[in-house]
Design a binder for this molecule. Sequence first.
Ligand SMILES: Nc1nc2c(c(=O)[nH]1)N[C@H]1C(S)=C(S)[C@@H](COP(=O)(O)OP(=O)(O)OC[C@H]3O[C@@H](n4cnc5c(=O)[nH]c(N)nc54)[C@H](O)[C@@H]3O)O[C@H]1N2
Ligand SMILES: Nc1nc2c(c(=O)[nH]1)N[C@H]1C(S)=C(S)[C@@H](COP(=O)(O)OP(=O)(O)OC[C@H]3O[C@@H](n4cnc5c(=O)[nH]c(N)nc54)[C@H](O)[C@@H]3O)O[C@H]1N2
Ligand code: SF4
Ligand SMILES: [Mo]
Length: 723
Amino acid sequence: MKVLRQAADDVAWEVQSLPTDKDLTWRRSLCPYCGVGCGLLVGVAENRIKRVRGDASHPANYGLLCTKGALLNQILDAPGRLLYPQARASLDAPFRKTSWEESFVTIRRTFQRVMEKEGPDAIAFYISGQLMTEDYYVINKFAKGFLGTNNMDSNSRLCMASAVAGYTTSLGEDCQPASYSDIELADCFFLIGTNTAACHPVVFQRIKNRKIKFPNRIKVIVADPRRTRTAEIADVYLPIRPGSDVALLNGILHILIEENLIDSQLIQNHTNGWEKMVAVAKRYPLEKAAEICGVAPNLIRKAALLYGQASAALSFWSMGLNQSIHGVAKNNSIINLALATGNIGRAGAGPFSLTGQPNAMGGRETGGLAHLLPGHRLITNQEHRQTMERLWKIPKGRISPKPGLTAIELFRQLEIGKVKIIWIIATNPAASLPSLPRFKTALEKADLVICQDAFHPTETTQYAHLLLPAAQWAERQGTLTNSERRVSLLEKLVNPPGEALPDWEILCRFAKSWGFEKHFSYQSTEEIYEEYKRSTKGTRMDISGISYERLRKGPIQWPCPNSDSLPASRLFANRVFPTADGRARFHAWEYTPPAEPPDHEYPFILTTGRIRDQWHTMTRTGKIETLMRSEPSPFIEIHPEDAKTLALKEGETVEIISRRGKLQAPCRITPDIRQGCCFVPFHWGSLWSKAVVNEATIDSFDPVSKQPELKFCAVKLRRSSCD
Ligand SMILES: Nc1nc2c(c(=O)[nH]1)N[C@H]1C(S)=C(S)[C@@H](COP(=O)(O)OP(=O)(O)OC[C@H]3O[C@@H](n4cnc5c(=O)[nH]c(N)nc54)[C@H](O)[C@@H]3O)O[C@H]1N2
Ligand SMILES: Nc1nc2c(c(=O)[nH]1)N[C@H]1C(S)=C(S)[C@@H](COP(=O)(O)OP(=O)(O)OC[C@H]3O[C@@H](n4cnc5c(=O)[nH]c(N)nc54)[C@H](O)[C@@H]3O)O[C@H]1N2
Ligand code: SF4
Ligand SMILES: [Mo]
């Protein structure tokens, strides 16, 4: 085996021929963590994954992997696997082992009792962007088509909802226009609200490689209140005040208009709303934008000129834009820049929202949010509902026309007793939701909490009456779609432990026990995929041409309507957009303040996010020693001036108090964060430490996308007395 390992900062880059170890069988797989969707080669022996390498032939990563992906072999045997169903009558009773059949009887009885009295909308599913497309499809079908409730939302509401709404309102549909291959064709990168180096390390490495290769020609702009490692490759770093992105983007557009760096042809022939856009942008002259954002005017000007003068610019963003009560406005505003400068539908250009979870995109495709149906269809559209009713072979009018409760709404309804049952699948809300004190109480009020997870305990299993053991990653088969619309097939390579089952199978077994044998008797994930595929026929995200057989030869991007068609790697090359008149829309937004601006009593801004070596609530990565080494414990980042005012020394424990709750974390004093702001990673839940940042965060959400403001709330800080 030939392995060339280049020492890179965050990734091991391997150029390789297929391994031929004697004692291992090497198979292709896919990383189950982030939306980069890296291809893997895994070495299997005796029903165990022994080794993991990057797949040099996968176009998302060409063999690159980050630390989390490289250590995946350890997650299947990580401590705390949930091995069999467990039940208890009340939250203070111990769990006892039960059977699948008995579990289904419990669920059925409680469902029936609640439905008789309150109707199906007293039941809710809270699912995850880490499920596979086939799981998503059957859960959606069961809830919306058979149980009769649209209360089926996903943690993607906390993650991608603003991007979905942003693309839909600006471009006409939730279609990410560019591809990763555009990275090697772009000459300007605008990274805003994304810590790409930590969260999409392989994408970052590709950008960095390009910058290293052409250091003068390639320009990088980074806008983030924290100078993360992403900013290390920046020509211009904009340390903006949290929440001020709309002012920044309007200010940049203002300069582009002044300097005539706009694509008048595209604007005139293929967009609507330009006049209003110009009027709004004019209200953001450089000095005003700079003042709102809290950065030097010349930096904004420089960024605008780099972006505007580039021959092809790619903008990347993620949670710094999405997780905001202005998430949709921020998304529209970054897309406005791409439309105004013609950076869409051509090589090296595009407004590129980075998806967080491995199948966040697949969830959107299968209608895995409370307002959606498969194939980018809408619950509120009668024709869309009828198409799905025909496909699901259910009576006309069966799907409720009322959009279901979105994540935060759902937990608020649980709080007031309107929702009685919640079935939680592949997500850990008792650690990842904002305003935890209130939502933990809400969970305690439920008649039945079902937690379907690969691990126990988690912060959420503590609130469950019923635990259902799920197979994870290579223990099951299915498809995933990454950020660039690329569908990959993940094969089952080992057997799940104990009685654990794939998520789709749990739902299908339950649906059959409920009496829907005819509609849920799938023999394989391929059969589910083929049914789902039919729902995409003729849509913009047509995957009719993508079969399991074809995917076994390699991953494929949508749209791909025919089995002999080559998929389009770039959308909107003809500048025709999926709106009624074929034109994209400028949506002009004014800057407005966040939900909870700092004040005299709570003078600091708390922002939250991720670190490179942990995945979310640590149920997997927290159990891998090598990954724990780089950041063994949580921390709060604060600026040296603020530390001075608070008389804090490095490492001292700080109490962080908001209007909702409090936490404690040792302080890390660094000039890399804006003065007046502090940052705490959200990985450490209550099973791990006292630094549970979601005890303090706020559950206000964007009025359109319903995505909560996880990146901004007001707090006060003080030296902890228990230090
Ligand atoms: N290592 C690792 N990688 C992951 C994950 C993980 O848990 N760990 N999770 C995956 C998932 S699901 C997601 S959604 C992605 C998230 O990926 P990212 O969005 O890159 O991650 P975050 O750290 O949440 O936030 C990104 C940055 O937004 C900045 N920010 C905060 N407020 C603002 C603001 O108002 N404006 C701007 N411009 N920036 C702001 C923060 O300082 C932070 O550096 O990562 C994916 N990849
Ligand atoms: N403060 C703050 N809070 C945040 C964020 C933030 O930036 N700041 N980000 C938000 C975002 S973007 C996201 S995506 C969420 C993520 O938050 P969560 O979704 O709550 O986090 P995970 O730890 O990924 O939870 C996944 C769960 O699924 C289990 N699991 C793994 N594989 C499988 C499987 O195949 N089947 C089943 N059934 N279970 C499985 C894992 O053990 C784990 O318990 O957090 C959100 N919360
Ligand atoms: S970049 Fe993302 S998909 Fe690739 S190995 Fe790392 S976590 Fe996995
Ligand atoms: Mo996410």
